[in-house]
Design a protein around this ligand. Sequence first.
Ligand code: ATP
Ligand code: MG
Length: 558
Amino acid sequence: MLERFLTQTSFVSEEDFEKNLHFKIPENFNFAYNVMDALAEERPDKLALLWTSERGEEVRTTFKEFKEQTDRTAAYLMSLGIGRGDKVMLILKRHYQWWLSMMALCKIGAIAIPATHMLTKQDIIYRNESASIKAIICANDEYVTTQIQSAMSESPSVKLLVAVNSMSEYDKPIPEGFHDWHKEWINAPEFKRPENVNTNEDTMLMYFTSGTSGEPKMVAHDYLYALGHLTTGVFWHNLNENSLHLTVADTGWGKAVWGKLYGQWFAGAAVFVYDHEKFTAEKIMRQIEKYHITSFCAPPTIYRFIIREDFSKYDLSSLEWCTTAGEAMNPSVADKFKELTGVTIYEGFGQTETTMTLGTFPWVEPRPGSMGKPNPQYDVRLLRPDGTECEDGEKGEICILIGDEKPLGLFKGYYRDEERTKEAWHDGVYHTGDMAWRDQDSYFWFVGRTDDVIKSSGYRIGPFEVENALMLHPAVVECAITGVPDPIRGMVVKATVVLSDEYKDKAGDDLIKELQDHVKHETAPYKYPRIIEFVDELPKTISGKIRRVEIRQKDNKQ
Ligand code: ATP
Ligand code: MG
């Protein structure tokens, strides 16, 4: 499979990789036909998907079976009236049918819009309207279907609703107004591949950003986006045919297509899925042990909970390669994980708008706390506010320079939002909105989102550094650093802290003093948090990211 795109498939250095960068991009590239179906042909009996659930279900699907099932799904959806360019929202949690729908829509040339099951009626109306959604395929979950039903009177573009039961409850009644996937899918007509499905520039996928800093933005990706993830799966996740990969991500989060779909299959690896409602470290660790998962990717928040488990209860020896992205990884957490498992965590940085932008690829020796080096597919620069380039050691914004051609994997723009697109992408530069500095060996170190950086008494303080210092104290499980307006200093540093069980009853002035002294000792004293608040949990997005904006808003109201 890889030979189709790369002339060389093993890389020991960045230079080596760079030389091979220019993939042979086929015309009208379509991941479902050009990769999935090709795999079904080349390796019919190879495991493609190992899908399990906390309801005890387990399905092993080969590439050949997967092709047949996606053909059937495409035929089914076409028989319901879905065609090229139609927008279809998928609120499917981690149900098996999410994978079928994603590939089937690709085969039809329809646009998939995965979304989280936590959307309210208003969220659904907003999305239906802003994207002119034609159809919604959702989990037959009472909350989800109720929200959709109540949104319908204000959603004139939506013509079709399909509800999907989980496998073990396939005959659960389907609510009024929804098609019953399980009953109808089985009787789908024969699939006939439509002609002229897509061009490389057509929109294949739209994803909402996580909403960490504000309202989620709708990101439009073309068909080449999938090809951009070859790097994610083959190089960053370091997968091959023998790998079994688990990325922990809700399907409503862009990270799902980083780790549960495209890149993994380029490598011919098997994707592991655990369909569960609420995350616990224990559940995930049990799956790694039971199914001998070899490659694991999760946002830092999940590692923060995993390292607090009793490792004597689990055998995680199957793990060969671990990765993280989505937030900054605290070095203390990566170190502890390595101590417990012997496995190094390879960090990556990117956005819903991009594929891997910076990362510790196999040829990059990880430096704990650093995001790694630029993906050679992007021309990554650190820029000052006036657009000039930063020196080594100087903090600046992570930007991508766009030459004559849009780099593979970069989004087309925010859907129907020219203003926001222009704000982020103008004069040939895409601005990530994230601040970092670069050391003399070209490693990038995260400082914070531009909005999260605190200006206090003339200093610019990146939350990540202070959070890392606090995380080194045994009392701290998680924390968020924010600025609180102050008449004299402009801003003062505040820490919102979740304490470990052993320290919960010690929350008080003495512990505050101890944590402040600890930070002054670990980092430059001017950064220490003058205010510390203890909380049971931090406000987070569905993808588990800390919403510092919510803490700030609460503090500003008081
Ligand atoms: P929104 O744009 O709606 O506020 P979001 O930016 O969190 O949400 P995503 O696209 O899911 O939405 O996340 C991308 C962001 O995640 C990056 O811009 C960056 O702030 C953060 N991020 C990703 N990887 C890393 C990393 N390795 N280190 C630090 N931050 C990271
Ligand atoms: Mg963002």
